[in-house]
Design a protein around this ligand. Structure first.
Ligand code: UDP
Ligand code: MG
Length: 323
């Protein structure tokens, strides 16, 4: 970090970029090539780049260490295994020393050219500057559609609304970061946590780019689980649905019971088919299992949370100490 002598101008604020890397061998070089000149232009700020190696199996770590060896502003945090993007991001946010912090993807899908705009708004006094994707043309049709559905469902069931088409790419002030660090949960749906803490927020728009190299680490299945995580982390509405659903079905059963009683009184006992009984039994059995499944989702999360395990483990930190 840059150290000023007492008679020099006051200390420049420090900007931290937090970048998670998971098997990004093909993207590392492009990332630094594109980001360094942009940061160099921001000469009223000092900066650091906190790189988190999230258990990459390729030579990502070696490449990062080589860069950190040349540039003292680049720090590398090597996690003990792949903990997932949310945990990697948490690690980076905890390690970052900046007065403002920007999480950014390694694949350049969050264009670094937006950074000066974020910083400008921060200087204007905003504590959170969101970078909103003006279009998602670089994403597939399916991804756009399912993302849209997720935001709608999430915002319908959760008290804290998520801004649509805003990822983790944003600037947060130190104050916000400190607030974020106070949230003790283990299972970290970062977007939700960011939204939960609040603070004075402004939005900047940008066009999302295609991946610079390599491929997305989020398959459809992983995204589905991510969406479940998000909803169960921030809403208990699905639990409540079952009360209403159960009540509706009970009411229906009660009315149907009355109908049968009156029919028997009027027409006498006849022999109804088993088919209808079996259908109702199976249907209700299925409904009950789904209800138990939803309970299980929440109970499982409570169970995991109750263990209080650390969110990530650091194997080693790399930083150049001398020039
Ligand atoms: N990433 C990570 N750990 C993981 C998966 C992804 O640190 O388990 C990082 C990845 O290296 C990238 C960022 O998270 O910097 C976003 O991943 P990706 O581009 O694959 O996601 P997408 O943009 O397709 O949503
Ligand atoms: Mg990406």
């Amino acid at each position: 970090m840059h150290v000023n002598s007492p008679d020099q101008a006051p200390h420049k604020p420090l900007l931290s970029l937090v970048v998670p890397f998971y098997n990004e061998s093909a993207a590392v070089a492009c990332f630094f090539q594109r980001i360094t000149p942009i940061l160099a232009v921001l000469d009223t700020l000092d900066y650091e780049i906190v790189c988190i190696n999230d258990g990459s199996a390729d030579d990502t770590l070696a490449q990062l260490i080589a860069i950190a060896d040349r540039d003292r502003r680049v720090r590398v945090i090597d996690l003990s295994r792949n903990f997932g993007k949310e945990a990697a991001l948490t690690a980076g946010l905890n390690e970052a020393l900046g007065d403002a912090v920007i999480p950014i993807d390694a694949d350049l899908q969050d264009p670094p050219e937006v950074i000066p705009l974020l910083v400008e708004q921060w200087r204007n006094g905003y504590e959170v500057v969101l970078a909103k994707r003006a279009n998602r043309d670089s994403d597939s049709y399916m991804k756009r559609k399912t993302a849209g559905m997720f935001y709608r469902l999430y915002n319908a069931v959760s008290d804290i609304k998520l801004p649509e088409n805003v990822g983790d790419f944003r600037l947060v002030d130190r104050q916000v970061l400190d607030a974020l660090k106070q949230l003790p949960e283990n299972r970290r749906f970062m977007k939700g946590l960011f939204a939960w803490v609040g603070f004075k927020t402004v939005t900047v728009e940008y066009a999302r780019e295609a991946r610079s190299a390599g491929e997305s680490k989020f398959s459809g299945w992983r995204l589905w689980n991510f969406a479940l995580e998000g909803i169960t982390s921030f809403s208990t509405v699905p639990l409540r649905w079952w009360t209403y659903f159960g009540s509706a079905i009970s009411l229906f059963a009660f009315i149907y019971g009355l109908v049968i009683i009156f029919k028997t009184l009027i027409h006498g006992i006849d022999m109804p088919g088993y088919a209808s009984i079996l259908t109702v039994v199976l249907f209700l059995g299925g409904i009950q299992l789904i209800g138990i499944g939803v309970l299980g989702e929440y109970m499982g999360r409570t169970y995991l949370e109750s263990k209080g395990r650390p969110i990530y483990l650091i194997r080693r930190r790399y930083q150049k100490t001398e020039d």
